[in-house]
Design a protein around this ligand. Structure first.
Ligand SMILES: Cc1ncc(COP(=O)(O)O)c(C=O)c1O
Length: 507
């Protein structure tokens, strides 16, 4: 990557005119409106506190003063802000309508290319907004069901519960003051060194301790990356369907999402190149191995091409590899990060799902420039993940037990997956059998509506996730459901799926 390009990609202080002026779907003053609303809604600019002057905001955003003036006038008319004693502009105290109203400015500029940009219409459609984003996923997962197919989490009885007490004693013997000490912001050096060494040996990453950051789960890693890199109005490229909370994290940072399909055979690379070239997304968030929710895995040859494209168009690839180790049979291809030689990929690896969800340990691997930005945000967010959790995890990570556990777990999950597939064999529902991961992504017959099926199923203590949580704008959201086989045991799978099919036949 040319030096200038890479500096632009990783700088936290981007030249704001760059993103403001090149955008085609929003007028400049509309982008300023969006920017102001996001800052107000996020609490950066509290109610009844003076907003930046027209001159200073224009300077900050690199736009003309008249553009900011027009945005402020519009916001005043909408009742979002007011003018006081000619001293300046102030945000009103209670106004929940801001971003929703503003969503009307979004356009589906790329639909002809098969890429989908979110539109206001999707947000207004009750069948979409009902289960949309983090809120939708949390809500459906909080349903107390006997047949729990909505949680892409692992049955706690399959996790290594027995050892933690013993390991905890060892940790306190080695580090008597561990609970009396903060971790460094980047994470415990011993754990980072062990992870760097493991990845280097196992995945052929050339990785140093300084290039690993410990976060409290993959979710936090996505959030840190989003806060470090995304500015209001930035484009984010994301798969369709995609992990709902990631979409929500980017949206809340003010990003506009463009979605590109993920298929059993991977991505449409022409589509991705076209998008990178014309829409200039700041980053491409992807989950290319045993993708959640589809279970698809992007093939090796695309993995090799992606860093090259990212470098050419100055788009950071965020590779979320939360279930890389959960494979049935053949190992998945190497992570995209392994093919990156220009620092265009950031790699997220979580151990939350399949080792110890309660410890919330994940690692981010990236090159130094980006690490610097992530550390400054991590310092503000929590000053470093809990040291005790990191030391405890390290004990397990370094013992042969962890790899033994993963092997056994994969066998148990494969059996559960096959049990679920056997139960669904005559359903008329269709899916691509995943070679790893935690869930099936199923297409229902056209007369069966996911949300209606869910409502009836919940009455019979069965839960699953309707497709629109992962695909809020496209067709699959209306026809697909995610059934996780990782949380329920085999008997529950057999009984629950048979009940679910009975319900569907009665509709
Ligand atoms: C693709 C993906 N990324 C991130 C996460 C969050 O993982 P963690 O528990 O490590 O925060 C999940 C959890 O479901 C996920 O499926």
């Amino acid at each position: 990557m040319g030096k200038n390009n890479s500096e632009l990609l990783f700088s936290t202080e981007r030249v704001s005119t760059e993103h403001v002026s090149t955008d085609q779907s929003l007028k400049l003053y509309e982008q300023v409106i969006h920017y102001v609303i996001v800052r107000i809604d996020r609490g950066d600019w509290p109610a009844d506190v003076k907003l930046p002057s027209v001159r200073s905001l224009a300077q900050e955003l690199g736009v003309h003063r008249l553009t900011v003036f027009r945005a402020y006038q519009e916001l005043k008319q909408q009742g979002r802000i007011y003018v006081k004693d000619k001293s300046g502009y102030y945000a009103h105290a209670s106004h929940a309508t801001g971003l929703k109203k503003f969503a009307a400015y979004s356009e589906c500029s790329s639909i002809q290319r098969g890429l989908y940009s979110e539109s206001a219409h999707a947000a207004d459609d009750p069948s979409v907004s009902a289960w949309r984003g983090m809120d939708g996923l949390t809500r459906v997962q909080s349903v107390n069901a006997d047949f729990q197919f909505s949680k892409a989490l692992i049955d706690p009885s399959l996790l290594p519960n027995r050892y933690w007490g013993e390991l905890m004693v060892q940790v306190f013997e080695k580090h008597p003051k561990v609970a009396a000490t903060y971790s460094s912001v980047q994470g415990d050096a011993e754990l980072r060194a062990a992870m760097a060494q493991h990845f280097s040996a196992d995945k052929h990453f050339a990785l140093s301790t300084d290039e690993v950051l410990i976060t409290s789960g993959a979710q936090q890693a996505i959030d840190l990356i989003s806060r470090s890199l995304i500015r209001t109005g930035d484009r984010v490229l994301i798969e369709r369907p995609a992990y709902g909370p990631a979409m929500e994290i980017f949206r809340r940072q003010g990003a506009r999402l463009t979605m590109t399909d993920i298929r059993p055979e991977g991505y449409d690379m022409d589509q991705i190149e076209w998008c990178m070239k014309t829409e200039k997304p700041r980053l491409f968030y992807m989950n290319p191995t045993f993708h959640n929710p589809t279970g698809f895995t992007v093939p090796d040859e695309q993995r090799k091409q992606l860093p090259e494209l990212a470098e050419r168009y100055g788009c950071l690839i965020v590779e979320d590899d939360s279930t890389y180790d959960i494979s049935f049979g053949q190992k998945p291809p190497s992570p995209i990060f392994a093919y990156d030689i220009s620092g265009s990929v950031v790699y997220i690896r979580s151990y939350s799902k399949y080792v110890a969800p309660g410890l919330r340990i994940a690692a981010v691997a990236c090159r130094r420039q980006l690490m610097h930005s992530l550390l400054s945000v991590k310092a503000l967010v929590d000053n470093g993940s809990p040291l005790l959790n990191q030391k405890l995890f390290l004990q397990y990570f370094q013992s042969p037990r962890m790899q033994q556990h993963i092997k056994k777990l994969c066998i148990a999950l494969q059996i559960r997956k096959e049990t679920m597939e056997d139960c669904l064999r005559d359903s008329g529902w269709t899916w691509t059998s995943p070679s790893g991961g935690l869930s099936l992504w199923l297409q229902l017959p056209s007369e069966l509506k996911p949300n209606e099926l869910l409502a009836k199923s919940i009455q019979e203590s069965i839960s699953f996730v309707p497709g629109n949580v992962f695909d809020p704008v496209g067709a699959e959201g209306k026809t697909h459901i995610r059934l996780s086989y990782s949380y329920a045991n085999e008997l529950q799978i057999q009984e629950g799926i048979s009940r679910l099919l009975r319900i569907s036949q009665s509709m």
